[in-house]
Design a binder for this molecule. Structure first.
Ligand SMILES: [Zn+2]
Length: 370
């Protein structure tokens, strides 16, 4: 479950971030932000050493309405910092009165989810049928599940805001794309991508968001939630012989359609995968002309993934991240990356796959002088 921690370990050992002090996870109290992103409006509290939002800066706008007293984020790429550049990867953000992070306001969640469903999840009153759809059979710490789920959404929203400001940002969680408006699915409960897109639309910060979902599973929840929002475009490249299609006779699954779905046969390897991606991604970008891309970089396309059923190699996975980032950044389209799915008994192998998009983003950050 806590693949986020494994990913954090990987990013530190790879030198992309300096230390675990750069991260906050729901299992730990907030650590510290070592230095603020350039121009992002953070300032250090001389007494506590914590970073706080500069009232006149971007962060103050970002946090308007939540009245936090501090911001916890991850920043800092050791290698890029030497050239005075910063690369943001964010897990979760704001704290309340120094007592620890809290999730997004409920009204954000209600942009994408029915009130009855939201309340049922947050208050722990969902019926058994909907828990079966979500896929969790038991939960030892319900409070932690709610907290983590909400913070995943908050992290994607913050990373999206930073992407709008800086051109590129990555979130070390997120990609909960099977969550529908009134029910969860595929181990996902609240849809971070849909919430972020709808919130930024409501705030007028974007007018044409595009969700680029390259998780091996179709982004059916995102497709359903955003189907009634003509300003948003959903693009999904996935394995058509996999969840949510024809899954164990579950008739509620498989009917949702993205604005552009590209279904690949089981076993498709690098050549077929890139043939499809490079044929459709540029078209989607050029036709919709998004002002923000929300990229679900699910790594379950990898040949060794436990659930994926595609045959993308390690080199192919790394190349995919380069292709997506370059397609967006070369068009001057801001892009926010979330990690999406990935399944392996080895935490080390899985975190290496999830780290690919961070390595690609760090390289793209330097290449484009962001
Ligand atoms: Zn997946």
């Amino acid at each position: 479950m806590w693949k986020f921690r494994d990913l954090a370990d990987r990013l530190v050992s790879d030198g992309l971030v300096q230390s675990h002090r750069d991260f906050w996870t729901p299992e730990d109290p907030p650590a510290m932000v070592l230095s603020p992103p350039r121009g992002a409006g953070w300032q250090e509290d001389s007494q506590t050493g914590r970073m706080r939002p500069n009232p006149s800066g971007f962060t103050a706008r970002l946090l308007a309405g939540s009245r936090p007293s501090a911001v916890v984020a991850c920043r800092g790429c050791a290698s890029l910092a030497r050239s005075q550049q910063h690369f943001h990867c964010l897990l979760a953000l704001w704290t309340s009165g120094g007592r620890g992070p809290r999730g997004p306001p409920d009204d954000w969640l209600l942009l994408a989810h029915d009130a009855e469903y939201c309340r049922g999840f947050l208050e722990g009153t969902l019926d058994a049928a909907r828990w079966r759809r979500i896929g969790f059979t038991q939960c030892s710490d319900y409070g932690a599940l709610v907290r983590r789920t909400r913070l995943e959404v908050a992290g994607t929203v913050l990373a999206a805001r930073l992407a709008l400001q800086r051109g590129l940002a990555c979130h070390t969680a997120g990609g909960t794309h099977h969550a529908h408006r009134s029910w969860g699915s595929g181990y996902t409960i609240l849809n971070d991508l849909a919430v972020a897109a709808l919130l930024l639309l409501r705030e007028g910060l974007v007018s044409r968001p595009l969700v680029c979902d390259l998780d091996v599973h179709q982004g059916d929840g995102t497709a359903e939630i955003l189907a009634g929002e003509p300003r948003a475009f959903t693009f999904s490249v996935h394995c058509k012989d996999n969840f949510p299609f024809g899954f164990k006779g579950m008739s509620h699954l498989g009917a949702d359609r993205s604005d552009l779905d590209v279904g690949l046969a089981a076993g498709t390897a690098d050549q077929g995968y890139f043939g499809a991606l490079e044929a459709h991604l540029p078209c989607a970008l050029d036709l919709h002309r998004p002002d923000l891309v929300l990229y679900d970089a699910g790594v379950d396309v990898h040949a060794d993934d436990g659930l994926g059923r595609l045959g993308v190699s390690w080199g192919g996975l790394r190349r995919r991240e380069d292709v997506v980032l370059e397609a967006c950044l070369s068009r001057k389209i801001p892009i926010v990356c979330v990690i999406g799915g990935g399944y392996d008994r080895s935490a080390s192998r899985l975190s290496r796959r999830h780290s690919a998009v961070f390595h690609a983003a760090a390289a793209a950050w330097a290449r484009h002088g962001l």
